[in-house]
Design a protein around this ligand. Structure first.
Ligand code: PLP
Length: 401
């Protein structure tokens, strides 16, 4: 019985902690080794060890790929050099004249890839609220082949009912692709809800330590898995052995980290929701969030990232200057707390009018809550807001960051 068969019966915490630990039969190494080799010797003509050339298949990467496929309840996994490389590999499924329906509140880099690169190949996209069936229906074109969903979306944390929408896509012959970066398979498994493909920026929660750039793809179904293997090898944006190992090392503690991220984010979002200088908090764990019920039904927990809007844009610059424990930095999902200003950073490639329409305006901050002590994080944020308020009252603050 292979480890995978055996592991199907174990809970996800056990499967995460054991990634690769029973896969090295020669030495019994508990930490699966880094096979830093691009070439593999053939025993004789017509024979192979299963490995030929590292772009096609590489031992350390293979353990990672099998692990993510199993965790996401898919049939095959593919490790890429970044989340964007994973998305580019997925988009290569489409050809000239094909059309995609995409979540309106979208990761800026995905928008840029679709609008600035994929349009060159004649693949176009329409951006809609993917939880609105009427809007989805209205955006279908004769060439519509794919649906790309982020749930929760980033930075506004909009929730899409995956079972409902994937079912709708299936009825239209549209491939459903879910970016599961924010929840990870620990909290949400889109393939179990009907998705065909899951994509991760594994740079975020899966890696978890702000030290490895990686992307993962999981496919459901034999034909789709074979096509993705062909694209992954042909395009070649694959993950190297060192980074594959680093990612697996991070994934072993995913369960513990996600629990703490969720606990901290809930405490801090609750604190901000009642803060007099805060206009709104966008976090699906809060019962006031419009997607709260769907999120509670389709996921077993909440991400560690949320956004909040200050009452005045002039608060932003001094807050970012005064936070100390929380770093002013892009990215999310690591053990360290990071805060970013989407309008000028992560989402700068989305045109201002679209950003305004969606609600990513100049009063919005996004906070990726780390695993530090919640009280220290609240103290840091509370102090920064107080400083900002004083500067604003004394006429010092400006809107420029
Ligand atoms: C970061 C991110 C990406 C891009 O991934 P990289 O690893 O930075 O290339 C895609 N989707 C989401 C939701 C992300 O947060």
């Amino acid at each position: 019985m292979s480890q995978n068969d055996n592991n199907q019966r174990l809970r996800i915490e056990s499967r995460l902690a054991q990634i690769g630990s029973q896969e090295e039969p020669v030495t019994g190494a508990v930490s699966f080794p880094i096979y830093q080799s691009t070439a593999f010797r053939h025993p004789k003509l017509g024979q192979s060890t299963g490995f030929d050339y590292a772009r096609t298949k590489s031992p350390t990467r293979k353990v990672l790929e099998e692990a993510i496929a199993e965790l996401e309840s898919g049939d095959a996994g593919f490790a890429c050099s970044s989340g964007m490389a994973a998305l580019q590999t997925i988009f290569a499924l489409f050809k000239q004249g094909d059309h995609l329906i995409v979540s309106l509140d979208l990761y800026g880099g995905t928008y840029r890839l679709l609008e600035k690169i994929m349009t060159r190949f004649g693949v176009t996209a329409t951006y809609v609220d993917t939880n609105d069936l009427d809007a989805l229906e209205a955006s279908v074109q004769p060439g519509t082949k794919g649906l790309l969903i982020e749930t929760p979306s980033n930075p506004l944390m909009m929730i899409t009912d995956l079972a409902k929408v994937c079912d709708w896509a299936k009825s239209k012959g549209i491939l459903s692709i879910v970016d599961n970066t924010l929840l990870t398979p620990y909290f949400q498994r889109p393939i179990e809800l009907g998705a065909d493909i899951v994509i991760h920026s594994a740079t975020k929660y899966l890696g978890g330590h702000n030290d490895v750039l990686a992307g993962l793809i999981v496919t459901k179904g034999k034909e789709l898995s074979e096509e993705m293997a062909f694209l992954h090898n042909s395009i070649g944006a694959v993950l190297g052995p060192q980074d594959s190992w680093l990612l697996m090392r991070g994934m072993k503690t995913l369960a513990l980290r996600m629990e703490r991220h969720q606990e901290n984010a809930t405490k801090i979002a609750t604190f901000l929701e009642s803060h007099p200088e805060v206009e709104a908090v966008y976090y699906p764990a809060l019962p006031t969030h419009p997607g709260h019920d769907i999120q509670s039904r389709q996921s077993s927990g909440n991400t560690g990232i949320f956004s909040f809007k200050m009452k005045d844009a002039r608060y932003i610059e001094p807050i970012l200057r005064h936070i100390k424990l929380i770093a002013f930095a892009e990215s999310l999902g690591g053990v360290e707390s990071l805060m970013t200003y989407p309008a000028v950073q992560t989402h700068a490639d989305i045109p201002a009018d679209i950003r305004q329409k969606v609600g990513v305006d100049d009063k919005l901050l996004r906070y990726s809550v780390g695993i530090e002590h919640a009280d220290d994080l609240i103290a840091d944020l509370s102090h920064a807001i107080e400083q900002a308020k004083q500067e604003l009252e004394s006429g010092m603050a400006s809107v420029n960051v």
